[in-house]
Design a protein. Structure first.
Length: 340
């Protein structure tokens, strides 16, 4: 078992990092935010996620690699009504609640409850009233290696009805050297996206992707999409949209390819928010790499954003129920000339 110090938080807390490894992948996770710090694909000799060597980087660039929630994405107006009671949340994004609120899960030190060569389990109790959410939420997240696949298994239980929609917020880049989305091709199994309003909140109204820059039903260039002029790209500064996934149950949601390396995103969640790191602003990360806007891409598998305001929300967890979802990132590497 490999573990080590991960620096010191501004408030004096001292998180740690932990590693899991198999013949194909080596993964580093911190108990700060249950954060995916490093995902090394051995055949490609490439670390495919952005990250920092110390916790201070994650305090400066919030959400990077972390488990976010209780509710990923935005809750419009920082309030919702559940069982005839209104809850007013902590607003942290233009009057809305983003990724759980001012405290969130990403700033907490999680407890490592199990650690073996190819799996790490972290747990956290989100107390009643944290960010003004109802109920005490008990969360367990397991990172596990299965051959060329990293699986993230999230479970949660509550003692009071509460919305729950967890996701991992890793920034992926398959290129070697200075991060860039140049040369990346993307495919997404989706025919519709949620439309954004001027504040970046996902509306309940959706749009067909056919004949728009958002049509990734077959592999196409990410940067070619970002160069197009479309009102939805302008309001977000790039891709920052929820894709309604096709099919139910376990399925392939996306495929990202750069050169000889391909990553597939598998999930049992119904939606996936795709974000091209539009708000990164030049922070210096691991190996001295500069993290500029649109140098990486996030695949945030989740329930539809602002789900609590829909007529029949999927995100409400009640006592006696178990929130239980899995997302996996699977890698395939072809040496020069091998790909057909």
């Amino acid at each position: 078992m490999r573990t080590g110090n991960f620096g010191q938080c501004r408030d004096g807390r001292q998180p740690r990092w932990y590693e899991i490894e198999n013949p194909w992948l080596k993964v580093r996770i911190s108990d700060y935010g249950a954060t995916l710090v490093s995902l090394w694909v051995k055949e490609a000799q490439t670390d495919v996620v952005l990250g920092f060597d110390q916790v201070s980087g994650y305090e400066s660039v919030r959400y990077m690699g972390a488990m976010v929630g209780r509710v990923a994405n935005r809750i419009r107006g920082a309030r919702f009504t559940l069982d005839q009671r209104e809850y007013v949340l902590m607003a942290n994004d233009h009057g809305n609640t983003l990724h759980g609120g001012q405290i969130g899960l990403d700033t907490q030190i999680w407890t490592v409850s199990h650690h073996e060569e190819q799996a790490l389990t972290l747990t956290l109790i989100s107390p009643q009233g944290q960010d003004h959410f109802p109920g005490t939420l008990r969360i367990e997240v397991t990172y596990e290696l299965k051959e060329r696949q990293l699986r993230i298994h999230s479970r949660a239980q509550t003692d009071q009805a509460t919305p729950v929609s967890l996701t991992n917020h890793a920034y992926f880049c398959l290129a070697q050297g200075q991060p860039t989305l140049q040369g990346h091709q993307l495919q997404i199994a989706s025919e519709r996206i949620g439309l954004l309003d001027e504040q970046g909140c996902t509306q309940h109204q959706t749009m067909e992707v056919a004949d728009t820059p958002f049509d990734f039903r077959s592999l196409r260039s990410v940067t070619a999409c970002l160069r197009q002029d479309h009102p939805q790209l302008r309001v977000a500064g790039g891709l920052d949209h929820n894709f309604v996934l096709q099919g139910s149950g376990w399925k392939q949601a996306a495929q990202l390819r750069c050169g000889a390396l391909t990553m597939r995103v598998m999930t049992d969640m119904p939606d996936m928010h795709v974000y091209t790191a539009n708000f990164l602003d030049g922070a210096v990360g691991r190996n001295g790499d500069r993290y500029d806007a649109q140098c990486a891409i996030c695949f945030e598998t989740q329930f539809y954003p602002d789900d609590v305001h829909r007529a029949h929300p999927q995100s409400i967890l009640r006592p006696g129920e178990v929130y239980d979802h899995v997302t996996a990132f699977e890698f395939e590497y072809h040496k020069t000339g091998e790909r057909k």
